[in-house]
Ligand binder design. Structure first.
Ligand code: PRP
Length: 188
């Protein structure tokens, strides 16, 4: 089955019996947009070292596709952050559970995120990364809901202006499921 033809009436065995409300971005649409983002990023960064930092877990698929579309030297590392003091209530503090081993000072840092929702995670994380004196610091988000009242930093590179629906697939989860679905969809 060719995945871009998946629609809400198709039973996808990866969906744990859940029904799709709709496919928001097909596999082909995502691939084309990621190619464009890669070209844009390749053009923007002239000289200097580029470190692409993926925020786990959500960005893992986007990051791996994106870096293969960037035609200049770069390095890859990851961040694992949590903004929650307990399971349900936001503490407003971002804590790094995994800190990149790579030195950030003097490098172009491109922080890669799957989705900007409230922008809380990103705002705190950017403060923290800025303090490490990178040469530049930019955000690349595959999806942006444009409802991020708390985001104090512009998102330089955006894949899609996303609808305000609960989205899964291409790295995005619901209770840790559905990250491996190669398209982006909303669930019933
Ligand atoms: C999700 C998503 C973003 C963040 C966006 O991550 O991947 O990182 O929330 O929300 P915000 O803009 O309101 O801060 P989550 O904490 O669910 O972790 P995950 O990446 O492991 O899925």
């Amino acid at each position: 089955m060719y995945l871009s033809s998946v629609n809400s009436s198709t039973a996808d065995p990866r969906l744990l019996g859940r029904t799709l409300r709709r496919v928001v971005y097909t596999q082909d649409e995502i691939a084309e947009r990621v190619r464009e983002l890669g070209r844009e990023i390749t053009q923007v960064y002239g000289d200097g070292e580029l470190l692409v930092l993926g925020l786990l877990k959500g960005s893992f698929i986007f990051l791996s596709d994106l870096v293969r579309e960037i035609e200049r030297p770069l390095q890859v590392d990851f961040l694992v952050a949590t903004s929650y003091g307990d399971a349900t209530v936001s503490s407003g503090n971002v804590r790094l559970l995994y800190d990149p081993e790579t030195e950030l000072e003097g490098k172009h840092i491109l922080l890669v995120e799957d989705i900007v929702d409230t922008g809380r995670t990103l705002s705190r994380l950017m403060d923290l990364l800025q303090a490490r004196k990178p040469r530049s610091l930019e955000i690349c988000a595959l999806l942006h809901k444009h409802i991020a009242a708390e985001l104090r930093y512009p998102t330089r590179f955006i894949g899609f202006d996303a609808p305000n629906e609960f989205l899964v697939g291409y790295g995005l989860d619901h209770a840790e499921n559905f990250r491996h679905i190669p398209y982006i969809a909303s669930l019933q």
